[in-house]
Design a protein around this ligand. Structure first.
Ligand SMILES: Nc1ncnc2c1ncn2[C@@H]1O[C@H](COP(=O)(O)OP(=O)(O)OP(=O)(O)O)[C@@H](O)[C@H]1O
Length: 524
């Protein structure tokens, strides 16, 4: 069978050297000027990174380009033609595709069904499923994606779900592909493969990629051009060649940033968290399969692993959210259920901030006291809420953690991802826990705020806090943890001293190939 070249990998004649020109884009929300007269050009055939602190206005700008929200003023020009994008359907018609941080897939449908959803090929009025399946299979083969067109999306690991999202845009002929923090949930090898596709196939065929990322090494590695915005304003656009992480960090934050966590060797004390033979049952197999480890006061133990290897279930068991077999004790005592576990001195920064970390409709001030509204200092005698104390608490924590915008009354759902995360970390650290379980504590958080959050965690460690850190970001685990445990398929498959760990070694353990002589290639 000969396969026809996918449209988006076929070179075409463009009208303009610029895939996209943004001219003076301004977006005003009631409390903030999210985009302030931003101009930027993206060349065909290039990978263009968009960087900036949390709340700088990156997602807002890209949502405008994808037709999700209109600019207050300014003009968008696609391949030389001024356009007025009223909705994503119009953006798609202009060849623009976007992959969001939170995937928009229907988990119960197959890969093919997800890809064609809303753009189904028909014959005689009926959906021509075999033709669609054939086309999707062809595209998968030609892009070199490692995907089964008949697989049910909800059963796929997150890296493959992302490929389905990308495939959806390519199927619709996207020639300008926007990705919002695409590597936040990928393994190092999946990241390499994604970048290789974007750069060597997609952009090399003349298309344009715009991607948002907080990971500066990645930005330097993959992009041709980098634009930095701060406080809604364009700070500058520079070629990636010759740029450094220090330069980018300074452009983003407006000052020099320490990129390496400053810490002394840990001085572990008594066992604070003791996990013995914990088993969490899953639908088909044990999600956590006999895990044992201890975290001592004054140390940070990191758990590295590709998402979906039992870390979430393990953390749910430890934090009282899920039942389990085995023993977990907190400062020598047992506790069951969230309330009891919390009362034993454990604080939890949950992995899903929108579902577990915040109540999106509630205000900043209310979110800062979640779970503590019925006790001093926030409740007075007879349980009355002490509004003045609650607001002063919000002001103090927002100031300390630089939550932007500063507002005690803004609903939590209106904050940018990184600022929402700062609210949770601030709240949990304020409780003065003895054990901190932090799941992806800096996901989506900008470099200045990462520096800040890491410094707070190390400070608390030095005062005797026991920290269990779970992160898909290897750099974070290696930087912050004193010891690293690697989870694979529900088991702890290795323990490494963080000072001697290498990314390759951890990457191999994370994919179940701890033996250095074996190399894995997840394959696209
Ligand atoms: N629908 C909205 N209503 C009010 N304010 C909003 C809305 N959407 C975004 N904002 C505000 O606009 C500003 C820019 O937010 P945006 O999400 O674009 O930032 P970002 O650079 O993508 O940040 P992050 O890296 O944290 O995702 C923030 O101050 C945010 O609170």
């Amino acid at each position: 069978m000969t396969l026809s070249q996918p449209d988006v990998l076929r070179a075409v004649q463009h009208n303009s050297p610029h895939a996209l020109e943004l001219r003076g884009i301004t977006k005003r929300f009631p409390l903030v000027l999210a985009n302030d007269n931003i101009s930027m050009n993206v060349q065909w055939g290039s990978v263009h990174a968009l960087c900036g602190e949390n709340g700088a206005g990156k997602s807002t700008l890209m949502k405008i380009v994808y037709g999700i929200q209109p600019p207050t003023s300014g003009q968008i020009v696609v391949d030389g033609e001024a356009v007025d994008l009223k909705n994503p359907a119009e953006a798609i018609k202009r060849g623009i595709g976007m992959v969001f941080q939170h995937f928009m897939l229907v988990e119960t449908l197959s890969v093919t069904e997800n890809v064609i959803l809303g753009a189904e090929p028909t014959s005689g009025g009926a959906i021509n499923y075999p033709a669609a399946r054939q086309r999707v299979a062809e595209l998968i083969a030609q892009f070199g994606f490692d995907l089964n067109p008949d697989a049910i999306v909800g059963e796929l690991p997150v890296g493959q779900q992302q490929k389905v999202e990308i495939l959806k845009t390519l199927y619709r002929g996207a020639r300008i592909l926007i990705l919002d923090e695409p590597t936040a949930v990928l393994t190092p090898s999946e990241t390499d493969e994604l970048f290789s596709f974007l750069k060597n196939q997609y952009a090399a065929s003349g298309n344009a990629v715009i991607f948002i990322s907080h990971k500066l090494h990645e930005v330097l590695h993959i992009s041709d051009t980098i634009s930095v915005i701060r406080d809604g304003k364009m700070i500058g656009t520079i070629p990636a060649q010759g740029a450094t992480t220090e330069l980018l960090a300074r452009m983003m934050v407006g000052r020099d940033v320490t990129l390496k966590v400053q810490k002394q060797a840990a001085q572990p004390g008594a066992v604070a968290l003791d996990v013995q033979n914990v088993v969490v049952k899953g639908e088909h197999h044990n999600a956590v399969d006999g895990v044992s480890f201890q975290v001592r006061a004054g140390e940070v133990v990191g758990i590295a692993g590709v998402e979906g290897n039992g870390q979430s279930e393990l953390i749910e068991a430890i934090t009282g959210l899920r039942s389990y077999e085995g023993q977990i004790s907190y400062l020598g005592r047992t506790a069951r259920g969230v309330r009891e576990v919390e009362a034993s001195g454990l604080s939890h920064v949950p992995e899903d901030r929108n579902e577990r970390g915040l109540v999106l409709e509630m205000t900043t001030a209310e979110n800062f006291i979640l779970g503590e509204h019925d006790r001093p200092p926030f409740a007075g005698r007879f349980g009355f809420l002490r509004r003045d104390v609650i607001e002063a608490n919000a002001r103090k924590l927002s100031e300390q953690y630089d939550v932007r915008p500063r507002s005690a009354s803004l609903p939590a759902g209106r904050y940018s991802g990184g600022n929402a995360q700062k609210i949770i970390v601030a709240r949990e650290m304020r409780k003065g826990p003895k054990i901190l379980v932090a799941s992806q504590p800096t996901r989506g958080v900008d470099i200045g705020a990462i520096e800040f959050i890491h410094a707070r965690i190390v400070e608390a460690r030095d005062q005797g806090l026991a920290v269990l850190l779970v992160s898909a970001d290897l750099g974070e685990v290696m930087n912050l943890a004193d010891r690293i445990l690697v989870m694979f398929e529900g088991k702890v498959v290795g323990e490494v001293d963080a000072a001697n760990a290498t990314e390759t070694q951890l990457g191999l353990l994370m994919t179940g190939s701890g033996d250095d002589t074996t190399t894995t290639k997840a394959g696209w």
